[in-house]
Design a protein around this ligand. Structure first.
Ligand code: GLC
Ligand code: MG
Length: 532
């Protein structure tokens, strides 16, 4: 109806995350690139997504594989150049898709010219662009803050006799967003890409960008043990989620809005109430979509998921819009975590919840555990915390396209190994198989497009038997019941009073007739009709 035109595209759309090093290589160096992405755009059109978000493609020494940016306004030569980017953007738009870039505002590379100047001397004009502090009287770091990758968040610079702050690697010094020159330089970065025509940004670790001006120690986490991520030894009370960061996020939004319909997605890990504050207010909005990672972090059981859905929905302000994520370049693969049968159910969950879904490359093939030998590991997080299960290479392996050499990803040796089952688990094989994860994903995306109830409809949780997660999606006259069996035995499910099942619109298993029971590991989308 009328609201078809009033809603921005992302309220009906699906975002697909491309990890550029691993999507498609075009020049045989074993690392994906922009020309490779361009070559595969028709695959994405066919899949049925609306937008691509590409992890960082800017010049980078690759200490953190692109999240260490050495120049915000250029393209890493390994990926191409600005002309290749413009070609890609034109090709994306020609297909009716949107392109989102990854904006990394919290830190630069230590090779960025700004940091090289900043560390050159204490009186360099760019000294205050980063966060420099004197040592404690005993020579130790200014406070107890811990890097997300383990160890102190402070690095001693002998040449100038001060410490600088790095929330991640020491090769990723944190910018000082309290400095107006930094804010202006970064606004110019956004303008540079918006002027080129990009449709928005995913903003890296947005809640980190401002720190408490007094740099107090962070409170210790009494539950921390060395077996878990070193980051969690303290609560990041004073190093993240500061009021000034919200003001900056509102400024970024105002800038984006001045370009028309552009979307900002903030990477933010916080409990619901604090998380929802990143929407801002109707008068002074912040990001459109504070990324919601709860499906990644929640145990795969009905009670927990119901709670997560209810609490998250309740936290969204009236003018806000929800979103859901089930995989990323940082998180373990969903199929590795819950198995392939349940990963199919998870895909149905992701694509039938209210809110913008972000699908991570390769999850549409159900790529699971990839055994990567130690000598092929590349992720700095893995090397910095041996023994703690935090390595991210396992979700960054190349896309398997077909059964040709290197799965059609590259003519050269891929930078990370492929999934071992690539000869059968690839796009070509799954594309031709009606029962594959790829076909299921494509069908569910088409279903979502065809039924407004699935994208913009209301959502109501429905009571059901244990192990069955069920909710109603409703828009205008249409009522769709989603039933997800999280267990390996079959169950009855409940149809809300006053309704009968009219049709089975989708099953994660083979096409089937209406039945009052749901099979083991099955997910269903059912259209309801009023009982006569
Ligand atoms: C984000 C990215 C992650 C990166 C970190 C530092 O969490 O998703 O890959 O290492 O920020 O930029
Ligand atoms: Mg290449």
């Amino acid at each position: 109806m009328t609201d078809l035109h009033a809603r921005p595209w992302w309220e009906r759309g699906t975002i697909y995350q491309i990890y550029p090093r691993s999507f498609q290589d075009s020049d045989g160096d074993g690392v994906g690139d922009l020309a490779g992405i361009e070559r595969r755009l028709d695959y994405l059109v066919d899949l049925g997504i609306d937008a691509i978000w590409i992890s960082p493609i800017f010049p980078s020494p690759m200490a953190d594989f692109g999240y260490d940016v050495a120049d915000y306004c250029d393209i890493e030569p390994m990926f191409g150049d600005l002309a290749a980017f413009d070609r890609l953007l034109t090709a994306v738009h020609a297909r009716g898709l949107k392109l989102l870039l990854d904006f990394v505002p919290n830190h630069t590379s230590d090779q960025h010219l700004w940091f090289r100047e900043s560390r050159a001397s204490r009186d360099n004009p760019k000294r205050d662009w980063y966060i420099w502090r004197d040592a404690k009287p005993d020579g130790g770091p200014p406070n107890n803050w811990i890097s997300d990758f383990g160890g102190s968040a402070w690095e001693w610079d002998a040449a100038t006799g001060q410490y600088y702050l790095h929330a991640f690697l020491k090769e990723q010094p944190d910018l000082n967003w309290r400095n107006p020159e930094v804010r202006e330089a970064m606004a110019n970065v956004l303008r540079f890409w918006l002027d080129r025509g990009v449709d928005g940004f995913r903003i890296d670790v947005l809640w980190h960008i401002v720190k408490d001006a007094a740099f107090p120690d962070n409170p210790l986490n009494p539950d921390w043990t060395p077996a878990i991520n070193a980051r969690d030894e303290v609560f990041q009370t004073y190093s993240t989620d500061q009021p000034e960061a919200h003001a900056i996020s509102a400024d970024m939004r105002a800038l984006a809005d001045s370009y028309g319909e552009r979307v900002l997605i903030g990477e933010i890990f916080l409990p619901n109430e604090a998380h929802a504050r990143w929407f801002g207010t109707p008068e002074r909005p912040q990001v459109h979509l504070p990324f919601n990672f709860q499906l990644i972090e929640t145990a795969w059981n009905v009670a927990k998921l119901r709670q997560v859905i209810a609490d998250y929905e309740a936290s969204i302000p009236a003018f806000g819009w929800p979103n859901w994520v089930i995989g990323s370049h940082d998180a373990p693969r969903i199929a590795a975590r819950i198995g392939e049968a349940q990963a199919r159910v998870a895909t149905m969950l992701l694509l039938t919840l209210r809110g913008t879904p972000t699908l991570y490359q390769g999850d549409e093939l159900g790529i699971g555990q990839v055994a990567i030998p130690h000598d092929r590991m590349r992720d700095p997080q893995y090397f910095r915390q041996p023994g703690v299960d935090v390595g991210r290479d396992r979700s960054r392996t190349p896309m398997p396209w077909d059964a040709s050499a290197n799965a059609g990803f590259s003519t050269g040796e891929p930078w990370l190994p492929l999934n071992d089952d690539w000869p059968t688990r690839n796009v070509a094989v799954q594309g031709a198989d009606a029962g594959s994860m790829l076909t299921l994903t494509r069908d569910l995306l088409a279903l979502r497009r065809a039924h407004d109830a699935l994208s913009v409809g209301s959502i109501t949780l429905v009571e059901s038997e244990d192990d069955v997660l069920s909710y109603l999606r409703q828009h205008e006259e249409e009522q769709l019941l989603i039933v997800l069996n999280l267990s390996s035995s079959d169950h009855a499910y409940r149809v809300p009073d006053g309704y009968d099942v009219e049709t089975v619109l989708a099953s994660t298993k083979a096409p089937r007739a209406i039945d009052s029971r749901i099979a083991a590991d099955e997910g269903l989308v059912l259209r309801l009709k009023r009982t006569a």
